[in-house]
Design a protein around this ligand. Sequence first.
Ligand SMILES: [Zn+2]
Length: 191
Amino acid sequence: MTSRITRLAVASVATAVATLGVTVANPGPASAAMTICYNTSQAPSYASIANQAASIWNNATTNLTLSANCGSNLRIYQITGGGSYAIRTSLGNGRVYIDTQQAQQYSPLRIMTHEIGHILGLPDNYNGSCAILMSGGSAGTSCTNPYPSSAEASRVSNLFAGTRSATERATDSTGSQVFRDSWPAVPATVG
Ligand SMILES: [Zn+2]
């Protein structure tokens, strides 16, 4: 746990440094981690939650870096009612919608990391396990785990192991998918 907190702290510093150098969006050499720029201008209540979720994904994976407000590969919105969901337009690109009502019932950080997980290529896995991030709302309101399992994290790392930047991928609709009903509009009864 201590090492995880340390890594999160290091990632926060890295994120802050990246934010200062605002022109990070330019794709680097093929060996560099791909930058996925996320934009929280339409989700002002969840900007810090998005930053925490980005740090979690950055720490858990290789080959990609989520960076704040350097561009708009990923746009994050806050909505009222209807449930949180994600629209992946291509790997590393899309939109995440956070239902403010739902985020009062479930952990908003778990919702955010889950929905970003869809943008990073993961499907839902409603098996009710709190250890699985992509189990979403099926793990119930008491589950606040915001961390991907090692299997989920390595899956994302593998998906981003190519040489194309997120911006280059934006013109490729392969992998386009809408992920609705990740989080039911009312708390689920988990048996
Ligand atoms: Zn989902």
